[in-house]
Design a protein around this ligand. Structure first.
Ligand code: GTP
Ligand code: MG
Ligand code: NA
Length: 461
């Protein structure tokens, strides 16, 4: 290592794009695995993580550049689903990553979840490259297995190259319509302003060398501060899973710091903070997917960045997408417990209106709360929200909702989705005139509430 050179951690790279554009297949091609074949209906429904050591990247790119200088230990790739119903998982993945690959099917161009993914990346100013995938489907494509795309292109007939140019031009125009400058990576002289497009095939591997090398070199060159290893633990829960023989486990991404077997941890739970101790720290082998059950490696300790499976007690109600904290010698556990719950509430609160006028929304889980908030926000519904809660409706929730009695009477209501209302809460609500709507189907809540609002308006006339 050269003097003064900083220790960098592995960049975290999220792979995003429309359903079936080939995200998982691209990773399979890099890993030499068959994860996609094992997916129900061929669609990804969970978020995954794979560690790719720098040596594997170097090996994969050697025809393109012998002995590429890589200053990072590897790349941690997060696979996300493209199906429209998994926006929360795309959001979770994009929120974690340092850099991203946006996969576009060359035969389809930009599709709805391409655009949605693009916007998620833009909101956070995340750098990305575009993998223009399925080039092998161009009519007459000559396979050049695992070759650099530059080399593979030279082997193609004039017709194939014309079709490629035509489709590329169209797709560049589509990006332009989204307000984004893109250019074929080999012509791109203004990286940073203009996003690079790398043609790939996940079936025959053309373009994989450029894709990997471009990502890693771009990250290690422009993100030194962000990637400089820091020993303060920064860790996010990706998924909560019951694994036969292991019980409830959590899959996490450790962004910074070190986790040890026996570490005391605090994570956010649906029924309050979870205080536990790491029983085992597991990872899949390098180049294997964390979300696929396989042979795990046990670790005494593990350093960021990594995708890790943690076994500990009481994880049943852990909330995916929230932070995991470790309790150090001088830490006040109660403080940490409070902050994990605050994090969650802030996270969800940031998605609601802050005009201060609106109904109070209560749901059974964070997931259902998010779904309900999204539903209330749709233009056809458009009901403002001023407060939220998780779990049964208590008297204190009624008191919070009652603030609206003075501001806007029709909003002095609680939409209770899939939760119980305590008798004291109901009694208090009846006494002061807060209306509680209870339903276990989102639309029913809306229908009842809407009927009452319309009725109120009629009365006013
Ligand atoms: P979701 O995770 O469900 O959003 O899909 P995905 O983007 O991960 O796509 P996936 O890897 O599941 O691939 C979808 C289909 O496209 C599969 O049938 C793949 O075999 C096929 N496919 C993916 N990449 C390529 C490619 O480069 N060339 C060809 N010909 N087919 C591909
Ligand atoms: Mg997939
Ligand atoms: Na798929």
């Amino acid at each position: 290592k050269e003097e003064g050179e900083k220790t960098l951690r592995s960049p975290i790279c999220c792979i995003m794009g429309h359903v079936d554009s080939g995200k998982t297949k691209l990773l399979d091609c890099i890993r030499r695995t068959k994860v996609q074949n094992g997916e129900a209906g061929g669609i990804t429904q969970q978020i995954g993580a794979t560690y790719i050591p720098a040596d594997n990247i170097r090996e994969r790119a050697k025809e393109l550049k012998a002995d590429a200088k890589l200053n990072v230990p590897g790349l941690l790739v997060i696979d996300t689903p493209g199906h429209e119903s998994f926006k929360n998982l795309r959001s979770r993945g994009s929120g974690l990553c340092d850099i991203a690959i946006l996969v576009v099917d060359i035969m389809h161009g930009l599709e709805p979840q391409t655009i949605e993914s693009l916007n998620l990346l833009r909101v956070r100013n995340t750098e990305f490259i575009v993998a223009l995938n399925k080039v092998d489907r161009l009519y007459g494509w000559k396979t050049c297995r695992n070759a650099p795309i530059g080399k593979a292109m030279k082997q193609q007939s004039r017709d194939v190259r014309l079709e490629f140019d035509h489709r590329l031009t169209q797709i560049i125009t589509q990006f332009k319509e989204q307000g984004l400058n893109t250019e074929l990576y080999s012509k791109n002289k203004e990286r940073g302003e203009t996003y690079s497009i790398v043609p790939t095939s996940a079936i025959s591997g053309e373009g994989i060398p450029e894709m990997l090398l471009l990502l890693v070199q771009w990250a290690q060159k422009t993100m030194i501060d962000k990637l400089t290893y820091n020993n303060k633990v920064q860790c996010t829960v990706l998924e909560v899973k019951v694994i036969e023989g292991l019980g409830t486990t959590i899959d996490v991404v450790l962004v910074n710091g070190v986790l040890h077997e026996g570490d005391e941890i605090v994570v956010c739970g649906f029924q309050g903070p979870i205080h536990s101790r790491i029983r085992s720290l597991l990872t899949p082998h390098p180049m294997k997917e964390l979300r696929v059950k396989g042979a795990y490696i046990h670790h005494k300790e593990i350093k960021a960045a990594q995708g890790i499976k943690i076994i500990a007690q009481n994880l049943e109600h852990a909330v995916a997408g929230t932070a995991l904290y470790t309790v150090e010698l001088d830490d006040d556990v109660e403080e940490i417990k409070k902050s994990v719950m605050d994090d969650m509430i802030r996270n969800v609160m940031s998605r609601i209106d802050t005009s201060g006028e609106g109904v109070y929304v209560q749901a059974s889980t964070l997931g259902s709360l998010e779904a309900l908030l999204d539903f209330l926000k749709t233009p056809a519904v458009n009901i403002p929200v001023s407060g939220i809660g998780i779990g049964p409706v208590h008297k204190k929730d009624v008191m919070k909702a009652s603030v609206m009695l003075e501001k806007k009477k029709e909003f002095a209501a609680i939409l209770a989705f899939d939760v119980k209302v305590t008798p004291e809460a109901q009694e208090h609500a009846d006494n002061i005139g807060v209306k509680i709507y209870i339903a276990d189907i989102i639309y029913h809540l809306f229908d009842q509430f809407k009927a009452d609002i319309d009725h109120l308006k009629e009365e006013k006339k």
